[in-house]
Design a binder for this molecule. Structure first.
Ligand code: TRP
Length: 350
């Protein structure tokens, strides 16, 4: 299984807040699939991170469906449970412990200054009458993410631009831990994909922003060919160029088509057609795999449970080493030894 091979480890994943879309595909999923050949991979379904902005009971009741959909999307794009440990974050309690220990090493003002954390707080307040106060959980979001990365001792973390700062935090924590207690962690490296994001589709104002689950300006992995065609129909100029860049697979035809689009040598309808056929070629096998998996009752759940059990072993092992290096094991063992000495003394004959 992936977790026990001696390849360099990779960890990445997403919060289960909705279906995945083409922006995820080009920004991270393709790479996740390709890197399975060279790395021992972990794919986190980060439900605890979802709780940082969605802690209400009603929101938690939506998680089972969201988690299932996410795993189904991952499997259908080719994340392979034989090579990638797909796991549920909240099912690995050792990570909560590790996160608490790492919090001791992180200045709060470093977190307060992070744009990503402030953006998430703002996004969570949209549609509510007052801005939600920044919870301690949201402030510590990047530390929990560092715990995910470090528990797996991951060297490589493929992420989108909005998460690069969090990988920096994980590096800082790894370095600080090593300095204080001894070498344990490799310093994780972020890795961005060739195409980090896609522009949105739909109305003009939605096209001006990047494709996003929460805005809904997305082409979903589950969209059928006619839906894809309708949405690609809304693209113009630089939007078209961005899609050609993301979906025309071969470098030379891609550069030629981009050039032709910019100079007007090829008109928008022909470019849209080229985009649609490239997207279709990529989505067709994904749809077929999804249909197959969705038919096997309990299969998706089984994969997630098996992955979570593997992740638990890895996390527990890391936590043990952390406790040893920090001296917390010695603290506990000292107490147990004293207790044992007393028990021995009680056995002495009168
Ligand atoms: N923060 C990621 C997101 O925006 C999810 C995530 C949680 C993650 N833990 C991680 C990504 C560890 C990479 C590595 O959805």
């Amino acid at each position: 299984m992936a977790a026990t091979s001696d390849r360099p480890r990779l960890l990445t994943g997403d919060r289960p807040t909705g279906r995945l879309h083409l922006g995820h595909l080009v920004g991270s999923l393709r790479e996740r699939v390709a890197l399975q050949d060279s790395h021992a991979c972990f794919n986190i379904v980060a439900d605890l991170h979802t709780l940082t902005t969605r802690p209400r009971a009603k929101e938690i009741r939506e998680l089972p469906q969201l988690v299932r959909d996410m795993v189904l999307d991952l499997l259908s794009v080719g994340v392979d449970p034989e090579r990638t440990v797909i796991y549920l974050q909240s099912g690995v309690p050792a990570v909560y412990d590790l996160a608490i220990l790492l919090q001791m090493l992180m200045p709060a003002n470093r977190l307060e200054q992070l744009e990503s954390v402030r953006d998430m707080a703002e996004a969570a307040a949209i549609g509510r009458d007052k801005p939600a106060p920044m919870s301690l959980g949201l402030l510590a979001y990047p530390v929990l993410q560092a715990a995910d990365i470090l528990m797996a001792r991951a060297e490589l973390v493929p992420v989108g631009g909005d998460n690069l700062a969090h990988v920096d935090i994980a590096r800082e924590l790894a370095a600080r831990f090593n300095e204080l207690y001894g070498e344990l962690f490799v310093l994780p490296q972020a890795r961005a994909s060739r195409v980090p994001s896609l522009p949105g589709v739909g109305a003009a104002e939605d096209r001006g922003r990047k494709m996003s689950k929460s805005i809904g300006n997305a082409i979903w992995l589950v969209d059928d060919a006619s839906e894809v065609q309708r949405k690609v129909g809304s693209l113009e100029d630089e939007g078209l160029v961005a899609f050609v860049d993301a979906f025309v697979a071969d470098e030379d035809p891609r550069a030629e088509l981009i050039e032709a689009a910019r100079t007007g040598k090829v008109g928008a309808p022909a470019i849209r057609e080229a985009i649609c056929s490239a997207i279709e070629a990529e989505l067709r096998p994904i749809r077929a795999r999804r249909a197959e998996l969705a038919d096997e009752r309990g299969r998706v759940e089984e994969i997630l449970v098996d992955g979570t059990i593997s992740a638990r072993e890895v996390a527990y092992d890391t936590l043990q080493r952390v406790r040893e290096l920090m001296g917390l094991e010695a603290l506990w063992e000292g107490l147990v030894a004293a207790t044992e000495a007393r028990a021995e003394a009680r056995k002495a004959p009168y």
